[in-house]
Unconditional design. Structure first.
Ligand SMILES: NC(=O)c1ccc[n+]([C@@H]2O[C@H](COP(=O)([O-])OP(=O)(O)OC[C@H]3O[C@@H](n4cnc5c(N)ncnc54)[C@H](OP(=O)(O)O)[C@@H]3O)[C@@H](O)[C@H]2O)c1
Length: 385
């Protein structure tokens, strides 16, 4: 069993969710990946606050002591710019894989952080930074081989979408719908970053960097929020067979990458028109693949911690694979290290028979099974939902 110690920076909504998810999936991670995660240190502001599943002796408020010598991976879930930026830098410079869900940090300092990661050849995972549990970062990073992405369009902010949906469905005023979002836990006490469009703009910067390979400064995004939307405007749009959504869009126009966030009317048959309440969705258009729609819960402890855990597994060289029901034979390739004695890239061959799968891990170059290959024990197939 490989034991991996995490320096957890931040233990609030997402950090706490990660602690719970690690606990709940402990047995599965051990049996399926051969990895056991534990906490090395936990950085917080308030030592007195109760944190289930965290040994109080691991808590610290000191940023300079947040990444102890024995930490093997760093997970940044603080939010904001500092000390998040310095600590992610510190992790990468020490050669430690890092994971962050911090879109504000990436939108502002993405280029320098990815340069630092690439200089030390360590992974920097950021699936949780855009659309919580929707694996859009993985899809854009590796799923569209050979495609030229033409546009990325999304409903990226669950708070705004919840507010607009309630205003339209229940004829609520903006203030009443926002109050309902806050009461339901879908909006912060200070919701300005969300409703003024900046949260969506930061996510769009990250998505467009992935899709187009170019970091557009946040200040170059044209941003309008939803404060001035009225129930009358929504009703009028509906009479014309349209709905209003806060749409974030990135596309090339005349050779230039244009990023825009603002309320946009969509025809009822538009793929994003049906995205309601706190849901997020991203529509990607590639020249070969056509249109792809990714949709799901874009925030919250469970969905975001799921994305963080996927990065965590990949970051420490134990990527989590899932097979689709239609798979009868599949080869999944990984570019990162697999556990065991070899450091070369690995190949995982799930060999399926009815409801069972046997996983062979092989070294790509030698085509020999790795020392930790688990070729004997059949396990139930896991399905992507
Ligand atoms: N919430 C979501 O649904 C969601 C979804 C996607 C991405 N994200 C991103 O995930 C990150 C974390 O969000 P969250 O909602 O979990 O935030 P949160 O609930 O406010 O938690 C932040 C945590 O970081 C700690 N912290 C903040 N600043 C600190 C400092 N200067 N020194 C020491 N500790 C500090 C806080 O300590 P205390 O507990 O002592 O206050 C808290 O534990 C953000 O980047 C956010 O954008 C969140």
């Amino acid at each position: 069993m490989r034991r991996v110690r995490i320096a957890l920076l931040g233990c609030g909504t997402v950090g706490g969710g990660l602690v719970r998810l690690l606990e709940r999936s402990r047995a599965r991670l051990a049996s399926e990946l051969g990895v056991e995660f534990s906490l090395a240190r936990v950085l917080v502001r308030d030592l007195a606050r109760r944190r289930d599943g965290v040994d109080p002796s691991l808590l610290t408020t000191r940023a300079d002591a947040a990444i102890p010598e024995d930490a093997e991976v760093v997970v940044e879930l603080l939010g904001g710019i500092e000390p998040a930026r310095s600590l992610v830098h510190e992790a990468l410079e020490r050669g430690l894989p890092a994971v962050t869900a911090n879109k504000a940090l990436l939108a502002r300092h993405g280029p320098e952080l990815f340069a630092a990661a690439s200089a030390r050849d360590v992974p920097l995972g950021f699936e949780g930074s855009v659309c919580g549990g929707v694996p859009i970062v993985r899809a854009l990073r590796g799923g569209l081989a050979g495609n030229r992405v033409e546009s990325v369009t999304g409903v990226l902010n669950g708070t705004c979408n919840y507010v607009l949906t309630r205003m339209e469905r229940d004829a609520l005023s903006f203030a009443a719908a926002l109050g309902a979002a806050q009461a339901a836990g879908f909006a912060e006490a200070d919701p300005s970053l969300d409703i003024d469009g900046w949260d969506a703009a930061q996510k769009l910067v990250v998505l467009s960097a992935l899709a187009f390979g170019e970091w557009v400064p946040e200040s170059d995004v044209r941003v309008r929020g939803i404060r001035d939307v009225t129930p009358e405007r929504l009703a009028e749009a509906r009479r014309r067979g349209r709905v209003l959504r806060l749409v974030a869009a990135a596309e090339r126009r005349a050779g230039r990458l244009a990023l825009e966030v603002g309320p946009r009317e969509l025809a009822l048959d538009h793929p994003l028109a049906a995205v309601a309440m706190e849901q997020n969705a991203v529509l990607v258009r590639g020249d070969e693949v056509g249109e792809l729609l990714f949709q799901g819960r874009g925030a919250g402890a469970g969905p975001t911690a799921t994305a963080v855990l996927a990065d965590l597994c990949e970051g420490v060289g134990a990527p989590y694979f899932a097979l689709t029901r239609s798979t009868s034979f599949a080869i999944a390739r990984t570019d990162s290290k697999l556990s065991g004695s070899t450091s070369s890239s690995g190949i995982v061959i799930p060999n399926c028979s009815s409801q069972n799968v046997t996983v062979f891990k092989m070294d790509i170059e030698s085509r020999r099974p790795l020392a930790n290959s688990e070729s004997s024990a059949p396990r139930p197939l896991r399905f992507l939902s």
